[in-house]
Structures are given as structure tokens and as C-alpha cells.
Design a protein around this ligand. Structure first.
Ligand code: UGA
Length: 454
């Protein structure tokens, strides 16, 4: 920050961000750090009270520190009041949730209700930037909705712009990703609006790519759909490797050396989870069906991912000789490392299946203990003899017949195999669901190794 001010490259706009989920809170803290006056707005009073005290209601590395420093400096505040936060905003960013409906289609109800609330209050020439992932064409729908509200409420027509400003941050590295983006994507057509948004992002020193709102929204879906497809693809190749004795890790090394392909974002495993890929692929697949493109690739990709864990669990079950009465240590409960987010986490499918099959489960996660407890309780899975969330790896693996490494947290990638093997029952299995361990090493401790794609 000091360096940015020194170089004279701060931006100083009034920004209100609606929605204090991952994207909202991280964007609020980062734009405040860049020198803007930012207000985070949410209708959830408890969440706002916590944020006002500098408490982030989820785990995200570096975020709390940034939140506290920017609040202390007076650049960041939180409120539940539209009346307070909207009239002063030069830019209103919308970062509310857009969950999928049962049909797969995006549910825009939270977006639309935030538009209802801001329309009577926003000032002339405000920029309304949609950060939430929404279908192409949503900016036009929002614009039409604003016009009809203004007309209904007999409010003098105000000038405003609705633009698309998609976000590409990843949970677990969200602050870093927002401060060091690969690109800034601006979906807008008015040159003045484009210039303002470029100025706002200038301190981040990332290339700004400008296009129509529809192309920007389609680009956001495409990026996620491509990455999800890449994961499904490598999982399919991993399955083939298992059939013929090839090793997926070696195959990835070979194909990754081709610069067109690259080595990153290829690790095979349980399929993709989290709050974005499953939802976004479903939405694009549902859109493809709606417009008559029933042979669109994303339709089978979505199905493959939905079925992946169940198929793998059947495969593992055969290898370990059934789950019934087996003590199983489940290591890793969040959907990925460095987060406590349980949305579409592999554990939410693995644990219920194990319990249903009669296993005795001891689960552990370095960070997601509380969020996992809440998730399992709300799914009707109570802790008791058959299922317990414990506070250390050692407790989870004590007397276990099977160890499942479900998430590649650092702690779980570097397990002390020698120590663990002594705690396990005789003839135990080690299921490496994220391909983090070498078979030889695990088996040198007298434990049978089961991997994916090896
Ligand atoms: C994803 C995208 O990576 C972000 O660019 C995007 O901004 C975000 O969605 C969003 O739309 O908001 P995120 O869901 O945080 O970010 O997580 P990722 O790290 O991309 O992982 C998604 C899932 O894919 C996880 O379940 C992960 O375990 C899985 N994955 C990832 C693999 O199975 N293999 C890989 O090689 C990489």
C-alpha cells in the first residue's frame, strides 16, 4: 500500500459492494487497500456485526488481517442500510449468490432483489457492476428492470450503466488472486465507464480486457467450464491408466511438457467440488439444453462429475473387501485445502456413503471442524459411535482399517507414515484420493496402497 501511494497509483472512489460472501468481502478489503472508500452491504445482520468487529465469517488466509487494517484506516466499513450505502456510491458492485435452480438454470432472485433496493437510491451516473456469475444477457435484463422500477415509482429518469465485472479469484488464495490477477475483465460499452473501471483497477497492474457484457459473462462461464472439463478429462485418463498399468502422474509430466498443454491444474482425483464449478457447469449445460444443443459436451461432463465419487467408492469398496464394520479415517473434509468451505466437498458424499455401508468413521480436517459439524448435522448425520469429527490425525487413524486422504491440505500431504502405520490395525489400506503419495513409500510401512490412476 505504502508503495502504491508513493507511486501515486491509488484509486479513490466510493464503492459499495452488495453481498458479503467470498467475492464481496475479499473485493471490499482489496479495493479499500487500494485507497478507495468502500462499504460492504448485506442484509444479514449477524454477518455485518461480525465484519464490523473485523471477524470474517469463514476461513480465508490473509483476509482478516486486511479487513482489520483497512477498517482501522477508515477505508472500509460495513452496513445493512441501503439508505446509508447507496446514495454516496460512484460504483455499486453486486456480489450476491446466484445458486442454480433444480433445473440447473441460474437463480437470479437475490440479484433482482438487490436491484429493487438500490434503484430508488443510487445517484446519477452510477456504475452498477455485476461481479456475481450470471448468464449472458443479464445486464440487459437488469437495465430493463431498473427502468421499470423508475417508471413505476415515478422517479425522474437517472443516468446509470450496468456492466459486467467478472471475478476469477480462488478460495484459499483469494486475497493473493485479487491483488495479483492474470487479467481484469470489463464487460461494458460506454468509453467513460470503461475509463473509470480501468482507473479503479490500474494499481493492480494487470491487463484490462474490454468487451461486451455478454462476452464477459460468457468468458467467466467458459473459464470455469474449461477448467472443470480439464479435471474431468484427466480423471478419465486416470481411469484408463488404472486399467493398463500406466501411471497418471508420469503421463501428466509428459503431456505437461508441451507448452500448449502445461503441467498445472491437472491433478486427478474425486472430481471438482466447491461453490463454482459444479454450479457453473450445470448452468451452461442447462442453457445448452434450453437452446436445443443437446449434444453439448458440458452435459456429459456434468453427469460424469455427479457420478464420480459414487463410482470411485464402489471401486474402493471392492479393493478393501467392503466397508461394513471397518474403521475408516477420513482425512480432509473441506472441498479443498486452505478453506473451511463445505459446499460440494467430496467428504459430503464420502462420509454418508461410508456410514450407510456400515463403516465406523473418524474424520479430521485441519480447519473445517466447525463448518463440517454444521454441514453434517444439517444433513441429519449426527456424531456418535458411527461418526465422529476428531481434533488430530492421530485420533482419526487410531486402530483404523482404512485411511482415506480426501483433501490435499499441506498437513495431509506430509503425513508421518512411519508413525501412522504403527497406529493402524493390521493389514490396513491407505486410499490416496488426491494422488499425493508414492505407492512404494506407503507399502514400505506394511500398508496396502490404493491410488487413482496408478
Ligand atoms: C474456481 C476457479 O478456479 C476460479 O478461477 C473462479 O473464480 C472460482 O471458481 C469462481 O468461479 O468463483 P474455486 O472453486 O475456489 O475456484 O477452486 P479451485 O481451486 O479452482 O478448485 C475447484 C475444484 O476442482 C476443487 O474441488 C478441486 O479439488 C478440484 N480440482 C482442481 C481438481 O480436482 N484437480 C485440479 O487439478 C484442480
Amino acid at each position: 500500500m505504502t508503495n502504491l501511494i508513493f507511486l501515486g497509483i491509488v484509486s479513490d472512489m466510493h464503492i459499495t459492494i452488495i453481498g458479503t460472501g467470498f467475492v464481496g468481502v475479499v473485493s471490499a478489503a482489496v479495493f479499500a487497500k487500494l485507497g478507495n472508500t468502500v462499504t460492504g452491504l448485506d442484509i444479514d445482520e449477524n454477518r455485518i456485526k461480525a465484519l464490523q468487529k473485523g471477524k470474517v465469517p469463514f476461513y480465508e488466509p490473509d483476509l482478516e488481517k486486511l479487513l482489520v487494517t483497512t477498517q482501522k484506516k477508515g477505508n472500509l466499513s460495513f452496513t445493512t442500510s441501503y439508505e446509508e450505502a447507496i446514495p454516496r456510491a460512484d460504483i455499486i458492485m453486486i456480489a450476491v449468490g446466484t445458486p442454480s435452480k433444480k433445473s440447473g438454470e441460474a437463480d437470479l432472485r437475490y440479484l433482482m432483489s438487490s436491484i429493487d433496493s438500490i434503484t430508488p437510491l443510487f445517484k446519477e451516473k452510477v456504475i452498477i457492476a455485476i461481479k456475481s456469475t450470471v448468464p449472458p444477457g443479464t445486464c440487459d435484463v437488469v437495465e430493463g428492470h431498473i427502468h421499470s422500477i423508475l417508471k413505476d415509482k415515478k422517479i425522474k429518469l437517472k443516468k446509470f450503466s450496468v456492466v459486467s465485472l467478472p471475478e476469477f479469484l480462488k478460495e484459499g488464495t483469494a486475497v493473493h488472486d485479487t491483488l495479483h490477477p492474470d487479467r481484469i475483465l470489463i464487460g461494458a460499452s460506454d468509453p467513460k465507464v470503461i475509463a473509470t473501471l480501468k482507473k479503479l483497477h490500474a494499481p493492480l497492474k494487470a491487463p484490462a480486457i474490454v468487451m461486451s457484457p455478454k462476452s464477459a459473462q460468457m468468458s467467466k462461464y467458459t473459464a470455469n467450464a474449461y477448467l472443470a472439463t480439464r479435471i474431468s478429462f484427466i480423471n478419465q485418463i486416470a481411469d484408463l491408466c488404472e486399467k493398463n498399468g500406466a501411471n497418471i502422474t508420469e503421463v501428466i509430466k509428459a503431456i505437461g511438457a508441451d507448452t500448449r498443454i502445461g503441467e498445472h491444474y491437472w491433478y486427478p482425483g474425486l472430481g471438482y467440488g466447491g461453490s463454482c464449478f459444479p454450479k457453473d457447469v450445470k448452468e451452461l449445460a442447462s442453457y445448452a439444453k434450453e437452446v436445443g444443443l443437446r449434444d453439448n459436451l458440458l452435459i456429459p461432463i456434468d453427469k460424469l462429475n455427479d457420478e464420480r465419487i459414487s463410482k470411485l467408492m464402489t471401486r474402493f469398496e471392492e479393493r478393501v473387501g467392503g466397508w461394513k464394520k471397518k474403521k475408516v479415517a477420513v482425512l480432509g473434509l473441506a472441498f479443498k485445502p486452505n478453506t473451511d468451505d463445505m459446499r460440494e466437498a467430496a467428504s459430503t458424499k464420502i462420509v454418508p456413503r461410508l456410514i450407510e455401508e456400515g463403516a465406523i468413521v473418524r474424520a479430521y480436517d485441519p480447519m473445517a471442524t466447525e463448518s463440517a459439524r454444521t454441514w453434517f448435522e444439517s444433513a441429519g448425520i449426527k456424531e456418535g459411535d458411527a461418526f465422529q469429527i476428531v481434533s488430530t490425525v492421530n485420533r482419526a487413524v487410531q486402530d483404523a482399517d482404512i485411511v482415506c486422504v480426501v483433501v490435499e491440505w499441506d498437513e495431509l500431504r506430509h503425513l508421518d507414515l512411519k508413525k501412522i502405520s504403527k497406529l493402524l490395525s493390521k493389514k490396513a489400506f491407505f486410499i490416496d484420493m488426491r494422488s499425493q503419495y508414492a505407492r512404494d513409500k506407503v507399502e514400505s510401512f506394511g500398508v496396502s496402497y490404493i491410488g487413482i490412476g496408478v
